[in-house]
Design a protein around this ligand. Structure first.
Ligand SMILES: Cc1cc2nc3c(=O)[nH]c(=O)nc-3n(C[C@H](O)[C@H](O)[C@H](O)COP(=O)(O)O)c2cc1C
Length: 198
């Protein structure tokens, strides 16, 4: 754990929450989160609102030899998309750069009688957000990444069972810099309005 936050008072926790920004692989170095810390992130993800307790997501840690296998898949997808060898090597490097990578897979039950697909997707988003927030609170940087390769048949077959959707990969590691963060999209005023009933 980079910065112990076990007994963080509520205000401090909220302050930490409000300082989360994504940090990309260029600015992430070892160590990445341990297995125990990853388990905490997944526990946080499991606290996302989940209508019907469907758990419409799975996380898949890419560790050890699997990183090289993922690099091969990224390179093959790049070639299939028409990139040259330099482009394929660059994409392969993307698989190897983050100290820890976790794939995010959605399993949406399109025919569910009570919980429509959009509610299940909302849960997936909540899970992703909670996961990243837990990483941040533990002192790690992270960023959700996708790209056209999430739709590459070789990659989807490798990560997904039939009917599942590959959302992308969370890159995780120790941040080498403080994220300044993007604009907060107009802030609270843009995001919160009174509904007046008319
Ligand atoms: C499902 C999903 C896929 C994403 N894919 C990419 C991506 O491929 N490349 C990228 O630069 N940002 C991607 N993003 C956006 C970043 O993860 C990040 O949210 C964005 O840069 C804004 O930063 P913030 O999280 O600090 O607001 C994706 C976000 C989501 C939710």
């Amino acid at each position: 754990m980079n910065e112990a936050t076990d007994e963080m008072p509520a205000r401090q926790a909220l302050h930490a929450l409000l300082s989360r920004y994504s940090i990309g692989p260029k600015h992430l170095v070892a160590p990445g989160p341990s297995e125990a810390e990853l388990a905490l992130m997944v526990e946080a993800a499991l606290r996302a609102p989940d209508h019907g307790e469907l758990m419409p997501f799975r996380f898949k840690r890419v560790a050890g030899n699997a990183r090289a296998r993922m690099a091969e898949l990224f390179a093959a997808a790049a070639r299939a998309a028409g990139k040259d060898e330099a482009g394929a090597a660059l994409d392969a490097e993307r698989a190897l750069r983050p100290p820890v990578t976790v794939a995010v897979v959605a399993r949406i039950d399109m025919g569910h009688r009570q919980v429509p697909a959009h509610e299940q997707w909302a849960c997936v988003g909540g899970a992703l957000s909670n996961f990243l927030m837990a990483a941040h609170l533990l002192g790690y940087g992270g960023k959700m990444l996708s790209g056209a390769k999430v739709r590459d048949p070789g990659i989807t077959a490798a990560f997904c069972a039939p009917g599942e959707t590959l959302l992308g990969w969370i890159a995780l590691g120790t941040p080498t810099r403080q994220a300044s963060g993007p604009s907060r999209k107009g802030g609270v005023a843009a995001a919160l309005q009174d509904w007046t009933g008319t």
